[in-house]
Design a protein around this ligand. Structure first.
Ligand code: DI6
Ligand code: FE
Length: 406
């Protein structure tokens, strides 16, 4: 049995600095946490276990990026340039650009090309302490290409030391071959794509883009109904560019999360609270499309809705591969606090994936998945912009990443 006592560390076991433990220790046996707490209280059973000195670093649970579109072909830097010249995200989408241009590139790419492109985006996240990640489909918009995306997502979890949670987002945009026939495409999503992909074990959750340039609440509800018939949890890109009251619909289906939420109203917040639906805020998309409507932080706080933070890593609205940068943006742009954003990338993010029993908290009996930070204060995780702060990543008790020391 492989066992180690990690010591000479400060521990933030639940992502909340208020319950941090100074001069702590973590006893790990066979990849599972046997005990954690103040080193001075280390039980005798572990006194003779080999030690691993973390040099006074801070330790948090491994980070969770709970909303990504990591797998896709091509990139959209030229559209970015157009938007800098004043063309809006919605205008580009209406002219057949946007999501649909990534669809063309994704359909044309092979599985290995998609795997290699996604790897280049995954590696910086892993180097920042991410040990669990959600990866959506949604750039295939036909069965074979959606299957290809979800297979690549599963392969990333097999190849790299990260837990991958897949989300079927067939209802991301209307593919060109269904132009003007959105209801027929929703039939295809509900009656053919989702059942086939669920039967192949490729789907952990189902998402839909409920928006003026996406799908209506009625079409979104049909997708949720199809997910419910397969006992699959749901989530939604909701209230990103307008208020379609998608969050209320998501809450009605006891959705894991409603995401974006810039235009969320109090009725939506109250419904999310009642349903236990997590608010996933995506500051990278807010920043990149130069949105000005802030998500209703005061309402979310007043109703005590759990808030998660994520990269929304995607080629159109958030070409981001840094969760720490999202923490900085969520504090600076959304005025969230350090404890809020730390919990937003740990236990609340785990809850948004329906995996709070497996990720986001360090406790006896759980997998020893943690990040080791070369910082003097946890506030530095949201403070520094673009600075490498993760010294080591430990997954199931084994060191899977060590930052090269100068
Ligand atoms: N909202 C977003 O911000 C992404 N998808 C969505 O529903 C954008 C995806 C893209 O532009 O490629
Ligand atoms: Fe998204």
């Amino acid at each position: 049995m492989k066992h180690t006592v990690f010591h000479h560390l400060h521990l933030c076991p639940h992502g909340d600095p208020a319950d941090a433990i100074a001069d702590a220790a973590i006893a790990v046996g066979n990849g599972t946490i046997a005990w954690l707490g103040p080193l001075a209280d280390l039980p005798r059973d572990y006194a003779d276990w080999p030690r691993d000195d973390l040099g006074g670093a801070w330790v948090t649970p491994g980070l969770i990026d709970c909303h990504t579109h990591l797998v896709y072909g091509g990139q959209r830097a030229d559209e970015f340039a157009q938007r800098l010249a004043g063309v809006s995200y919605e205008e580009i989408a209406k002219k057949g650009g946007g999501i649909v241009s990534t669809v063309r590139a994704t359909r044309a790419a092979s599985e290995s090309e998609l795997f290699n492109a996604a790897t280049a985006r995954l590696e910086p996240l892993l180097a920042e302490g991410v040990t669990a990640i959600e990866i959506k489909s949604g750039y295939g918009l036909e069965l074979a290409a959606e299957r290809k995306m979800l297979r690549v997502a599963r392969q990333l979890g097999e190849r790299f030391p990260v837990s991958v949670y897949t989300t079927f987002l067939g209802a991301h945009a209307l593919p060109p071959e269904f132009a003007g026939r959105a209801d027929d495409y929703i039939d295809e999503v509900c009656n053919r794509m989702l059942p086939a992909l669920a039967d192949e074990g490729l789907v952990d959750a189902v998402d839909v883009f409920c928006e003026r340039i996406g799908f209506t609440p009625a079409q979104s509800e049909r997708v949720f109904g199809a997910a419910a018939r397969r006992n699959l949890p749901v989530k939604m890109h909701a209230e990103q560019l307008s208020n379609s009251h998608g969050a209320v619909l998501t809450a009605r289906y006891r959705g894991l999360s409603a995401d974006h939420l810039e235009f969320l109203d109090e009725a939506g917040v109250a419904a999310m609270k009642a349903a236990g639906t997590v608010a996933v805020l995506l500051p990278g998309a807010y920043y990149f499309i130069r949105e000005t409507q802030l998500p209703p932080l005061d309402l979310l706080r007043r109703y005590e809705v759990p808030i998660a933070i994520s990269t929304d890593s995607n080629p159109g609205t958030s070409p981001a591969t840094s969760l720490l940068l999202m923490m900085n943006m969520a504090t600076t742009l959304f005025r969230m606090t350090v404890p809020e954003v730390l919990q937003g990338v740990t236990r609340h993010a785990a809850r948004a994936l329906g995996a709070a029993d497996r990720h986001g908290t360090l406790a006896p009996g759980r997998a020893a998945d943690f990040a080791v930070w070369s910082v003097a204060s946890l506030a530095e995780l949201a403070y520094w912009i673009g600075r490498p702060l993760c010294a080591r990543v430990v997954r199931r008790g084994q060191t899977v990443y060590t930052r090269a020391s100068k």
